[in-house]
Ligand binder design. Structure first.
Ligand code: AMP
Ligand code: ZN
Length: 469
């Protein structure tokens, strides 16, 4: 298997640290709002990477954090007049619902930054003891970038270039820094912010130290793969390498994987630009399986432009696979015969060649776009060769292969069952009653249930209107 490693900028053969095992860390979202579909791209991509390793027989330990202490979370908490914890807990729950909708498997562990402060204090102290960090007069602790000779090896930047860049932008409020490149490991609290006691000041951790500490705690000092979106290469991942390798004196991750951006109108989709759709919004229009299929229709290192046309094309493509599966499942129920006929033995060879094609695409840096093309060829083979005359052995062979290959992509092969109008009307009536009773939790729950069934509600002056997504 070959993986493109950002560190070497080359495709490299995958060699695990321990045979048969993969230790993988993916930087997770900062939880102050619903996740947008840009954030969904790394979730879907690296879940697929995990699933393919599992398909190949690896035991995968997959860790992905939630950043639950951050300026944006604190700002939102102040706006709503609640504490930061309320905000982060709420959006972690919402994020988990979106992940389930996109069929993203829960990680082996989802650590929270706020629960790992002790480990952060320890690593910061180690860095100070080894001369890689220092505390300024106000209690801010900085990483001394010059002390780590390999700084810049991931982003392929050198310190001189960075230095001249910084000279032009005078960083204010950071006068205690020895050097403009030094970055924060620990910072003093501000009025009204959550804080923890530390040897340097009451305060909170910088963002980068979180991941170094959580990765070490749950996966050990050395891991196979560290991943995230390409905007994380610098400074986040560069700083993680500096922290982890300076503290542990070992290479941190063997492979660094980064997905390209999901764009809209060919511009990066981001919360700060305001040009984003949340996964929840998309779920009101499409089954989230369609979103998943759309994301995998491009290679993860190619930029992907979001558009209604491409979503429609993905919907049709997915439908082709599900329809074929429905048909062969039906055939399998009726067919008999435990051995392949002579003709089917030939067709089995064609099938095996296509499965090899699929695997070759995935082995080549997880080329899901080409893997999906091979899957379509298998669907075509199923549509043209499986019939009422086929043996059950042959139909089941096709069914099991398509099932396995869809599992790798995280595509559910069963069509959603048709929802009857009457069932919807009854649920809507129950929701109206719950609202009358001021039982808003129940009303929301019913709305959520209807959404899961693909039914979107709209409260209008004339009453509740509903439509199928
Ligand atoms: P954040 O919550 O901003 O830290 O982002 C969480 C993850 O989503 C990181 O891996 C980001 O690189 C990734 N990400 C954010 N926006 C996009 C986008 N438009 N396309 C792809 N990945 C993104
Ligand atoms: Zn991280």
């Amino acid at each position: 298997m070959k993986i493109f490693n950002t560190l070497s900028r080359r495709k490299e053969e995958f060699v695990p640290l321990e045979p048969g095992k993969v230790k993988m860390y993916v930087c997770g979202p900062t939880v102050y709002n619903f996740i947008h579909i840009g954030n969904a791209r790394p979730m879907i991509v690296f879940d697929t990477v995990r699933r393919y390793f599992e398909y190949k027989g690896y035991d995968v330990n997959f860790v992905s954090n939630f950043t639950d202490v951050d300026d944006k979370i604190i700002k939102k908490a102040i706006e709503e007049g609640v504490d930061a914890d309320t905000i982060s807990k709420r959006y972690i729950e919402e994020c988990k619902k979106d992940m389930a909708g996109m069929n993203v498997k829960p990680a082996t562990k989802h650590p929270l930054a706020t629960e790992e402060i002790c480990g952060m204090l320890e690593m910061i102290q180690t860095l100070i003891d080894k001369g890689h960090a220092y505390a300024a007069a106000d209690g801010t602790v900085y990483f001394r970038v010059k002390s780590f000779k390999e700084y810049g090896k991931l982003s392929h930047k050198n310190l001189e270039d960075l230095q001249s860049g910084f000279r032009e932008i005078k960083v204010t409020g950071e006068d205690g820094k020895e050097d403009a490149n030094d970055f924060v490991l620990w910072k003093p609290k501000k009025e009204g912010e959550p804080f923890w006691v530390s040897p340097w000041c009451e305060g909170r951790p910088g963002w980068h130290i979180e991941c170094s500490v959580m990765s070490k705690k749950y996966l050990g000092e050395q891991i196979d793969i560290h991943a995230g979106g390409e905007d994380l290469i610098f400074p986040h991942h560069e700083n993680e390498i500096a922290q982890s390798e300076a503290a542990n004196e070992k290479q941190f991750a063997t492979y660094w994987m980064h997905n390209a951006f999901l764009n809209i109108d060919n511009k990066k989709m981001s919360k700060s630009l305001g040009n984003f759709f949340t996964v929840r919004e998309i779920s009101e229009k499409y089954d989230l399986q369609v979103l998943r299929f759309f994301m995998l229709s491009a290679h993860y290192r190619s930029p992907l432009n979001f558009s209604a046309d491409l979503m429609e094309a993905s919907k049709n493509g997915l439908d082709r696979i599900l329809t074929a599966m429905e048909r062969i499942t039906e055939l399998s129920g009726k067919a008999s015969g435990d051995v392949l006929t002579a003709e089917e033995l030939e067709q089995e060879k064609a099938l095996n060649a296509l499965v090899e094609k699929y695997e070759a695409a995935m082995d080549d840096d997880f080329n899901t776009a080409d893997a999906i093309s091979a899957l379509f060829e298998i669907v075509k083979l199923a549509n043209t060769t499986a019939s009422e005359e086929s043996s059950r052995a042959y139909v089941d062979l096709l069914k099991n292969e398509i099932q396995k290959l869809c599992d790798v992509l995280g595509i559910l092969t069963e069509k959603k069952k048709e929802v009857l109008d009457e069932e919807v009307e009854n649920l809507i009536a129950a929701r109206q009653q719950a609202r009358k009773d001021k039982n808003f939790a129940l009303a929301d729950e019913i709305r959520g249930k209807l959404l899961d069934m693909g039914i979107v509600l709209k409260d209008t002056r004339e009453g509740v209107k509903w439509s199928r997504a």
